[in-house]
Write a protein that binds this ligand. Structure first.
Ligand code: NYM
Length: 212
């Protein structure tokens, strides 16, 4: 086994309002990293494939109603049920590009009026991302991008509140990119940040715990 404990993968999270371009940027990034020979996987939260994920999916598409705190805890549980698999992959040297994580969890639930510290609590101790890329777009600009879909939360006034709570969650692992730039320019900025982060992790940066 040539894999030493120091050559771990990086945990990289993309965050932003609905329609900020996260999903297409994460696809482009994963294709790029694959192409240059990196071991990389594309992840997303909510992961709608698990039992918990199916409850979340049904809530988001308005097929079921749930108490605000109950759905918040389901989103958190959906990350906890994947925690050890994520850690195994990182230790195996795989870089994970994750579309949404705990910051979405806290920003969306806080925007409904739940206390921000209460919202953070269940996610304390999850794996801390090595890099959070926030694709910054105004709710107005996001709404122009073909309009929102029919899922819960996809409304301009609500997204404004979400944006304010995202701001409160910024920490030194965050890098903010202007999502109004051309797709190719955003892509280039992301690549540079990500390659830098992968290198730092390879050199032995420890895996830390979130909000601990
Ligand atoms: N969302 C996502 C939350 O409210 N809490 C969470 O913990 C996460 C991960 O789900 N509007 C919200 C944000 C989105 C919605 O996400 C579904 P997506 O990326 O459209 O599948």
């Amino acid at each position: 086994n040539t894999q030493n404990s120091e050559s771990r993968g990086a945990l990289i999270v993309l965050e932003g309002l609905d329609r900020c371009g996260k999903t297409s940027q994460s696809t482009r990034l994963v294709n790029y990293l694959n192409g240059i020979g990196h071991s990389v996987e594309s992840w997303r939260f909510p992961d709608r494939n698990t039992g918990v994920g199916q409850m979340i999916s049904s809530y988001l598409s308005n097929k079921s109603q749930l108490d605000d705190r109950a759905i918040h805890l389901l989103f958190s549980a959906n990350r906890w049920e994947k925690r050890s698999l994520m850690e195994d992959e990182l230790k195996r040297g795989t870089t994970l590009i994750v579309d949404r994580y705990s910051y979405s969890g806290v920003a969306f639930s806080s925007a409904k009026g739940l206390d921000i510290e209460w919202c953070k609590a269940p996610d304390i101790g999850l794996l801390a991302p090595d890099l959070v890329i926030y694709l910054d777009i105004s709710p107005e600009e996001a709404a122009k991008r073909g309009g929102y879909g029919g899922e819960r939360y996809e409304q301009r006034e609500f997204q404004k509140k979400v944006a304010l709570f995202y701001q409160k969650l910024q920490d030194p692992t965050w890098k903010i990119i202007d999502a109004k730039l051309e797709v190719e320019d955003v892509e280039k900025l992301i690549r540079d940040m990500v390659l830098d982060c992968i290198l730092t992790c390879k050199k032995g940066k420890p895996i830390l715990k979130l909000w601990a």
